[in-house]
Design a protein around this ligand. Structure first.
Ligand SMILES: *Cc1c(COP(=O)(O)O)cnc(C)c1O
Length: 399
């Protein structure tokens, strides 16, 4: 048949054929293993927010195409949230855009802001959609690697992944268009510090770069860590697209309600692409998320306390099982090093773990261009019920 000798999937996307998550989730289903691979909660978010979605559906709000930029109630709630939490003022009409999850916000931002051949600096290990979206836009990704600070210091679970600022500076060329950030960072759990963000901001201003920052874990920070939006630093508001999402914060990952906040010019550029991707999405859920964004501080405090306890439960269990553990300051993932177990290949380890211990995890190497840098690291998700984590910990003890 004509055309069939050529591969069907285009060259830009061919390297991203199937995700590790599909393989590992299938493995979990086949073996009955506990799936700590994919990062979604196993319980739903607040009942009153679920009810708000039901109400919107019944009242006929959002059942037909909502406005392209998102329903006004949600855009206003997003603007209020940015102002209340970070002192960042955005006009809900011109500086907020609702998207089909953070995933679409990432895709639309990169497709809007990149010309073919532009370079994008991304923190490695990176969220898997970044590489695919940079490729779709015809851009070139330039990874800057986060590395564990001198092993897990001060005991089993203290180390932190850090950004090498010299390496970041050296990565900028005349072709660099933007820096793609993610803080709190999946999969390492690092929360970029004010010093790190200030250095990135100074570089962006000096070299006239845009910043797209994925802050979907903004509320999932623990202990003394604080999330700082880079848009709040001097010179950054006018060059930053900030991405948020309801999925992780409110435990409704299936609703796919995300947003960007940025200047009218940047928002307009991203909207130009977004209108031809999904046009609009998640009508009734947008009204429910508007209510979620106004939940009292006690909601966020309880969410953090719950996840912090789960982090400690899983981290402690992994350390006792022999892993070196990098205690995350944010997100609901914990990255481990398998070398103390006498292992070096995270892929092989994760493929054998369901048989050996009845648990599924993700090899961090999939989040690297420099696969060898990520080879011994393995990620576990702790956004699961306590009983599930306890069972996983007890199974891992047999390793
Ligand atoms: C889960 C996740 C997303 C996707 O968010 P959605 O709102 O579900 O599209 C984006 N970025 C990171 C780092 C994530 O972990």
């Amino acid at each position: 048949m004509a055309g069939m000798t050529r591969p069907l999937l285009n060259r830009r996307l061919a390297p991203f054929g199937t995700t590790i998550f599909a393989e590992m989730s299938a493995l979990a289903a086949r073996t009955g293993a506990i799936n700590l691979g994919q990062g979604f909660p196993d319980t739903d978010g607040p009942e009153e927010i679920r009810e708000a979605a039901v109400r919107a559906l019944r009242d006929g709000r959002g059942n037909q195409y909502p406005p392209g930029p998102g329903v006004p109630e949600l855009r206003t709630a997003v603007a209020e949230h940015q102002l209340k939490r970070y002192g960042l003022a955005f006009d809900p009409d011109t500086e907020v855009l609702v998207t089909a999850g953070a995933t679409e916000a990432i895709a639309a931002s990169l497709l809007a802001l990149l010309e073919p051949g532009d370079e994008v600096i991304a923190l490695e290990p990176y969220y898997d959609s970044y590489a695919a979206c940079i490729a779709m836009a015809g851009g070139t990704r330039v990874p800057v690697t986060l590395r564990p600070q001198e092993g897990p210091v001060g005991g089993a679970a203290e180390g932190r992944y850090v950004l090498d600022l010299d390496e970041l500076r050296a990565a900028v060329t005349d072709r660099t268009r933007l820096i793609l950030l993610n803080t709190p960072h999946n999969p390492t759990g690092t929360v970029l510090s004010r010093a790190e963000l200030t250095a990135i901001a100074e570089l962006a201003v000096e070299r006239d770069l845009l910043v797209v920052t994925d802050e979907v874990y903004e509320h999932l920070v623990f202990d003394e860590a604080a999330h700082i939006p880079i848009a709040s630093l001097p010179g950054m508001r006018e060059r930053t697209v900030t991405i948020g999402s309801a999925g992780k914060t409110y435990s409704f990952t299936g609703w796919k309600v995300g947003w960007i906040t940025a200047t009218p010019e940047l928002t307009g550029a991203v909207r130009s692409v977004k209108q031809y991707l999904t046009y609009v999405s998640s009508g009734p859920f947008q009204y429910a998320v508007a209510e979620a964004l106004r939940l009292p501080d006690s909601y966020y405090d309880a969410l953090r306390a719950d996840l912090r306890a789960k982090r400690d439960l899983l981290s402690g269990g992994l350390a006792r099982a022999g892993f070196a553990v990098y205690r995350p300051a944010g997100t609901y993932f914990v990255t481990t090093d398998i070398r103390p177990l006498g292992e070096t290949d995270g892929f092989a380890f994760c493929r054998s773990l369901p048989e050996r211990a009845g648990v599924v995890a993700i090899p961090n190497a999939v989040f690297y261009d420099h696969r060898e840098e990520g080879a011994p690291f393995v990620r576990f998700a702790f956004c699961k019920r306590t009983s599930v984590l306890e069972e996983a910990v007890s199974r891992l003890r047999g390793l």
